[in-house]
Design a binder for this molecule. Structure first.
Ligand code: FAD
Length: 144
């Protein structure tokens, strides 16, 4: 099996209630679990940043559906690469919202990797992954 990681950013086409983002993520998580996909989805209105990990063909099919989704646009692919192992190994799709983080924490991570004001479409591949790893609550595999 060819294991891959895909990173992209996009913008919500209209303001989304956080409950709508949570619902979106719950459905994504259920589909991803069934498909063997893991990853993390960050949302800071209006930006999404997502990492999908899994077999190349399955990640491609999932991304095809995500591209067609009218809830977001301006999808910018940051990385689609072969990897040796997953870093978000236990999460069908972990959702991270700035409001769920400690006060000031989101700004700190943005200053380190995402810019202030937050500008994910300008992130380098390395910074996009480090950004998501910093957002991730709890232990994830540290990259060598
Ligand atoms: P169906 O459920 O049959 O829906 C048909 C169409 O309606 C699709 O184009 C769908 O995108 C759209 N749609 C579905 N629900 C809504 C809604 N509430 N409002 C407006 N349009 C809607 N899916 C995954 O499987 N894994 C992921 O990791 C994942 N991440 C996502 C991240 C983001 C930022 C977004 C916006 C969506 C994500 N999705 C993810 C959802 C994905 O885009 C599809 O909606 C989902 O996979 C179902 O696909 P389907 O072809 O079965 O569509």
């Amino acid at each position: 099996m060819l294991l891959t990681r895909l990173l992209y950013t996009s913008q919500a086409t209209r303001a989304l209630e956080l409950t709508a983002v949570r619902e979106l993520n719950d459905l994504a998580q259920a589909k991803n679990r069934a498909d063997g996909i893991t990853g993390l989805l960050g949302y800071n209105d209006p930006f999404f940043v997502q990492c999908l990990e899994g077999p190349r063909s399955v990640v491609s099919r999932t991304m095809e559906r995500i591209y067609r989704d009218p809830r977001h646009s301006a999808i910018t692919l940051i990385e689609f690469a072969e990897v040796k192992e997953r870093v978000f190994g236990d999460w069908g799709m972990k959702l991270v919202l700035p409001g769920d983080m400690a006060p000031g924490e989101f700004r700190r991570v943005c200053e380190l990797y995402g810019g202030v004001p937050f500008s994910p479409s300008r992130m380098t591949v390395g910074n996009a992954l480090r950004f998501l790893l910093e957002l991730a609550p709890g232990p994830v595999r540290v990259l060598g």
